[in-house]
Design a protein around this ligand. Structure first.
Ligand code: 5AD
Ligand code: SF4
Length: 461
């Protein structure tokens, strides 16, 4: 079973003595998924505890942190561009510390490449040891020599790390780390390590504190939240966790990502149905509608099993919004396979879909598969997929016209001071007339207009 340890605050105190005298500032740039965004909140928390203040951009920062993603190649290329662009800043300000961390640097060949190609980078750190950043910053502050520190193996879970969350209504909470699924296209299991679940009491303690601080909506995060608890001796599962979080008083809404279809149990579907605060929203990545491709992807379900699962979810949770991830152009994907994907999205009628072009990731089994698909075909398929899905999303949203929905107000609209923005339980953005005192409240709104990316409405008196 996993050992959890508390974050070592003494590391931070040491750096604070140096940083706080100098009025130093930080800037973080993040690529990738919500897990990465949330990791950046922890990095930000550590930096602020070290005495660093936020900077508006790289130019005004004394430490720049790039938290990277390697799920697809284009994300990686962007990161290299950004690292290269820091060279002239470093020349102007040699005391600036540059740190590159996250999923890219967890790969040995990449951390070595960064060290060689960008010698002005001071700290390269992997995903398993982000919590030792204060120690590394201290070393660099003292002797200025670059450090590459990438742990091969995952550490135990580190609890009570400082986290700097945006002030507001919504907060992310990690429930588990890593992934054991090894889908053949995916690099995540190699860079995030094996599945490790946080103890239920650590999670609920964190959420209670967030409730006391005024947060109303919690999104539980994990690469595959449905596996939650398997490594905790099998006594608790994700459904148990939902029942526990549902009882926390100040919290109004609970969401979670991501679910793997093979692990979405009946117990979990019933928990979603029975817990009042768990929203009617499910992100259920299908990846492909062809059973043959799913097999090659090692997804461990067929098209038919997936469709049955969706039927079950819709039956138990009326009005549920289902979203998905789809990859086009996986090796060997024929026109017929792709047409099956189109068929599935028409049958499921997803509220939304994140669509990706297959990207070869070195070290994954799919990278070595025969029949890689040419770029033009991949782009054509993506284009067709988006076209079909956009129509479906529009039709679903159009049906909301005239209905009354519950909106959790998040903020004042950026475009109009007298309007506020929030989301429905199903995750749709709604703008309506209202002042900032509505932030954090649940308001009934009648939908009067449906636009491409959001809805408009009026408060129901
Ligand atoms: N190429 C394209 N998309 C990928 N994803 C994961 N790996 C790859 C890859 N090699 C997509 C999957 C996953 C989402 C987060 O990213 O759809 O669900
Ligand atoms: Fe990658 Fe599959 Fe794990 Fe998701 S479930 S992180 S796609 S290996």
């Amino acid at each position: 079973m996993n050992q959890a340890t508390d974050f070592d605050n003494s590391l931070i105190e040491n750096v604070y003595k140096i940083v706080s005298q100098k009025d130093l500032k930080y800037f973080i740039k993040t690529w990738g998924c919500q897990m990465n965004e949330h990791d950046s909140e922890k990095i930000e928390g550590m930096l602020e505890h070290m005495g660093y203040m936020p900077a508006p951009d790289e130019k005004h920062a004394d430490i720049v942190v790039f938290n990277t993603c390697c799920v697809r190649e284009n994300a990686e290329l962007k990161v290299y561009g950004h690292i290269g662009a820091l060279k002239h800043l470093k020349r102007r300000n040699p005391d600036m510390i540059i740190c590159v961390c996250g999923c890219m640097t967890q790969q040995k060949q990449i951390s070595e490449y960064i060290k060689k190609t960008y010698p002005f980078v001071d700290i390269v750190i992997g995903t398993h040891n982000t919590h030792i950043l204060p120690e590394l910053v201290q070393k660099v502050l003292k002797n200025q020599s670059p450090i590459v520190s990438v742990w091969d193996k995952e550490s135990g879970i580190v609890e009570r790390m400082p986290v700097k969350r945006e002030k507001g209504v919504k907060a992310w909470v990690t429930v588990m780390y890593g992934c054991d699924n090894f889908c053949t296209y995916c690099i995540v299991p190699y860079v995030r390590g094996r599945e490790r679940s946080r103890r239920i009491e650590d999670i609920t303690e964190e959420i209670k504190l967030l409730g006391q601080q005024g947060y109303k909506e919690i999104t539980l995060l994990g690469q595959n939240v449905n596996s939650y608890g398997k490594d905790l001796g099998g006594k608790v599962d994700f459904a148990d966790l939902l029942y526990q979080v549902d009882k926390i008083e100040q919290i109004e809404r609970i969401r979670f990502i991501t679910s793997h279809p093979k692990d979405l149990s009946d117990r979990l579907i019933y928990a979603m149905r029975d817990c009042d605060k768990v929203c009617e929203q499910l992100h259920l990545p299908i990846q492909s509608g062809s059973s043959a491709i799913l097999k090659k992807m090692n997804r461990r379900y067929t098209k038919e099993q997936y469709l049955e699962l969706v039927d079950k979810v819709r039956k138990e949770i009326p009005g549920v919004a289902i979203s998905t991830d789809i990859i086009v152009g996986f090796p060997g994907e024929t026109d017929q396979d792709f047409n099956e994907t189109i068929d599935v999205i028409k049958r499921v009628k997803y509220d939304s879909a994140f669509t990706f072009i297959y990207s070869k990731r070195s070290g994954t089994p799919a990278a070595k598969m025969q029949n890689q698909i040419d770029e033009d075909t991949k782009h054509e398929r993506l284009y067709r997929l988006i076209e079909v899905q956009t129509k479906i999303s529009q039709q679903i949203n159009q049906k909301l016209l005239g209905s009354t929905v519950e909106v959790l107000v998040e903020q004042v609209s950026k475009k109009n001071q007298h309007k506020v923005t929030g989301r429905t339980r199903t995750g749709k953005i709604v703008n309506f007339q209202g002042e900032k005192d509505l932030i954090g409240k649940l308001i009934k709104v009648k939908i009067t207009n449906v636009l491409a990316h959001w809805l408009e409405g009026n408060v129901v008196k």
